[in-house]
Unconditional design. Structure first.
Ligand SMILES: [Zn+2]
Length: 343
């Protein structure tokens, strides 16, 4: 005879470095995944912490939408308002709020209540999840700043991570993932710095809530997995002489549901935006990444000797010849996380 029980588990997002190796994972109950039985969760955003229609509220709703938008997965967050200024881990409402006393030194904590017991068959499922953000820390709701990956912390990035816990995912360390335990998790995608679940995260939500739909999307990133298990910026030179050969770090994420092959063009731009109209420095043909994967490599490039001295942006465009029809064509261009001064 099994003893009926419910459990309350806590997951904290830290701002430290750590070593471990793991990929997308979730709790199980007698061999089956612990998840929301209705493939949905109604999330009540505290209007005391995050006023309705504020930048905080928008960032939180954007993060929910990005999880909902993952194809191959049928899970959906729905937005509610929590206007009473209080919260409880066992009131049957999924609440999102600022509370420094619940987080300790972590950036944020998601508490999940679930059940797993036998009663004429195994009864299992998530019952409630609450997300507390550490209000004693500095936060920002503007674009990711490559030059500062510490405080003030990027609210939407952390929101996307905590919502991953809320739908049932655990940490995924040792890979470039939103569900990495350590800020800045997997970072943003493309030169518009979109905060979107990364390939490993998408494998996770597709495993928990498969719906058979498909998507095609490959994206550039200025981040890479680092040896410490978290993510850091790709390398690129801050300066170079005309005619010299330099090398840059490249990451390409396959957000889609199947393996993709594509070309990559490398460019030098006179402004901060990489486009196919910029000076082409080289092309890689036939790169390939499987679903759930991130391709990371270093590319050598020669700075043309006839470029005028000045400050430029190096970068690349995934599928620069437009051969792959993608769900999101806006995340293909990726600038290096720093400018280059050519002399
Ligand atoms: Zn976490």
């Amino acid at each position: 005879m099994k003893t009926p029980h419910t459990a309350l588990a806590t997951a904290a997002l830290l701002a430290l470095s750590f070593t471990s190796a793991q990929a997308a994972s979730w709790r199980t109950c007698e061999g089956a995944a612990l998840k929301w039985n209705g493939n949905r969760a109604d999330m009540f955003i505290s209007t005391t912490s995050f006023p309705a229609n504020s930048t905080w509220d928008s960032a939180m709703q954007n993060a929910m939408w990005h999880w909902n938008n993952v194809k191959g997965a049928g899970f959906n967050f729905f937005v509610g308002r929590d206007t009473d200024g209080s919260s409880s881990p066992d009131n049957g409402r999924n609440e999102i709020y600022f509370n420094a006393s619940q987080t300790g030194t972590a950036l944020a904590v998601t508490r999940t209540r679930y059940h797993c017991y036998w009663l004429f068959g195994w009864q299992r499922g998530i019952d409630e999840t609450d997300i507390a953000f550490n209000t004693s820390l500095g936060w920002n709701t503007s674009a990711v700043n490559y030059a500062n990956l510490g405080s003030p912390f990027h609210f939407e990035s952390v929101a996307l991570h905590e919502l991953g816990h809320a739908l049932g995912l655990l940490h995924s360390d040792g890979v470039m993932a939103t569900m990495n335990s350590f800020y800045p998790n997997g970072g943003s995608l493309g030169q518009f710095k979109e905060i979107d679940p990364l390939p490993d995260d998408r494998l996770g939500v597709r495993s928990l809530y498969p719906d058979g739909t498909t998507e095609t999307d490959i994206a550039g990133s200025a981040f890479r997995r680092t040896g410490s298990g978290t993510s850091g910026l790709v390398s690129s030179p801050a300066s170079a002489a005309r005619g010299s050969t330099i090398s840059i770090g490249v990451s390409v994420a396959n957000l889609g549901t199947s393996t993709r092959s594509f070309n990559i063009g490398f460019y030098l731009s006179g402004d901060s935006f990489i486009s196919t109209g910029d000076r082409l420095l080289g092309t890689n043909t036939g790169a390939s990444v499987s679903s759930g994967g991130v391709l990371t490599f270093t590319r050598s490039l020669t700075i043309p000797s006839n470029v005028a001295p000045g400050t430029y942006t190096l970068g690349f465009i995934v599928d620069n010849n437009g051969a792959v029809a993608e769900a999101n064509e806006g995340n293909n261009g990726q600038s290096m996380p720093r400018t280059i001064t050519i002399f």
